[in-house]
Design a binder for this molecule. Structure first.
Ligand SMILES: NC(=O)C1=CN([C@@H]2O[C@H](COP(=O)(O)OP(=O)(O)OC[C@H]3O[C@@H](n4cnc5c(N)ncnc54)[C@H](OP(=O)(O)O)[C@@H]3O)[C@@H](O)[C@H]2O)C=CC1
Ligand SMILES: Cc1cn([C@H]2C[C@H](O)[C@@H](COP(=O)(O)OP(=O)(O)O[C@H]3O[C@@H](C)C(=O)[C@@H](O)[C@H]3O)O2)c(=O)[nH]c1=O
Length: 294
């Protein structure tokens, strides 16, 4: 398919903005990036109108409720967006004959043992966000066969809010920071994930299903913070602390490193190490700062 029509829900969030940057490199230009107003995944009338006016070949669902701590109190809205919204998108995609690409999370795992997590491993979420994301996956699988669900972890980029940008902001204000060292996973540059989504669309393969994708390597939030300051050229003393010393509303998995063999084999993808990708992101952030005069 030369010029597929693609709908991107959550098109102005972090991953949505990465897709806006990357899709033209794959000559994917026939794309509608839908924000929460134009493409509210909870508004069935809006969805009906969108899918009636044009039948997309692909739908990418980046829309989600991602405030992990707030979700513990705002259970209802989190459930609506991550479960019901995902189901709505799947139902309309199926009716239109579109292939659906949906993003899920490492937080579907409880992460209580240091074992590399494969797609078939039992998911056992320990927070509301993770539970609703898992239920969203299950709704999709029940409603359509033409889906790719990509579980990813610890997304960051030059866009929107994320851990890298928070650290750079805090590091500019303070000389010392405490960061959790006993939660281990893999940071993932959202630009790299956007490339993978484009490669899947451009691939001739059709192995629908559930996949794990993150950058390569393993890090604690502490390791990640240290690397951000090193590569960002900031002198900040980072103290490794246990999770118990940084209480948060939501529990987070202690270990959520995912096995990426399946996606690498299915699509012939080479995955950069998280440190390499972090360096590229920090260069992009510095460029943005220069052009905004910051
Ligand atoms: N960020 C991360 O660290 C990780 C994210 N993921 C998953 O990756 C995907 C993309 O995340 P990311 O881009 O970082 O998240 P963002 O929070 O940056 O983007 C999510 C977008 O969804 C929009 N949205 C919220 N509710 C609705 C709705 N009812 N209808 C339409 N749009 C809505 C938000 O709009 P608004 O801001 O206006 O509310 C926002 O633009 C999500 O599925 C997330 O669960 C997976 C692992 C890690
Ligand atoms: C700001 C800060 C955070 N932390 C810790 C708290 C937490 O355990 C960890 C990360 O905090 P954040 O709130 O930035 O990230 P968090 O929202 O937990 O990130 C998660 O988001 C969702 C959407 C996902 O799907 C996950 O893959 C994951 O990326 O860092 C510190 O230890 N020190 C600090 O100064």
């Amino acid at each position: 398919m030369n010029n597929p029509l693609i709908f991107v829900f959550g098109g102005t969030g972090q991953l949505g903005q990465c897709l806006q940057t990357v899709m033209p490199l794959y000559n994917l230009e026939n794309v509608r990036f839908l924000d929460e107003i134009e493409g509210n995944i909870l508004d069935e009338n809006a969805l009906r109108q969108l899918f009636t006016a044009a039948r997309p070949d692909y739908v990418i669902n980046c829309a989600a409720y991602t405030a992990v701590d707030q979700a513990e109190d705002s259970t209802e809205i989190c459930d609506q967006v991550n479960r019901v919204g995902a189901a709505n998108v799947a139902r309309y995609s199926e009716a239109a004959g579109a292939n659906l690409l949906h993003i899920s999370t490492d937080f579907v795992f409880g992460g209580d043992s240091p074992k590399l997590l494969a797609e078939e491993d039992a998911a056992l979420p320990i927070n509301v966000y993770g539970l609703t994301k898992l239920q969203g996956e299950q709704e999709i699988a029940a409603l359509t066969n033409r889906y790719y669900i990509l579980r990813t972890s610890w997304l960051y980029s030059e866009f929107a809010n994320n851990f890298t940008k928070t650290m750079l902001r805090l590091g500019a204000e303070r000389s010392e920071l405490n960061v959790i060292a006993d939660q281990v996973g893999t940071p993932t540059y959202a630009i790299d994930l956007a490339h993978v989504l484009c490669k899947i669309i451009r691939s001739e393969q059709r192995p629908f299903g559930l996949y794990h994708y993150s950058n390569e390597g393993v890090a604690s939030w502490y390791d990640f913070a240290v690397a951000i300051f090193e590569l960002g050229g900031l002198e900040v003393k980072v103290n490794p602390i246990p999770g118990t010393a940084y209480p948060t509303k939501a529990k987070r998995p202690a270990f959520s490193v995912m096995d990426k063999s399946k996606i690498k084999e299915a699509f012939g993808i080479e995955i950069p190490h998280w440190r390499q990708s972090l360096a590229r992101c920090i260069t992009a952030i510095h460029k943005q700062d220069l052009s905004s005069g910051a």
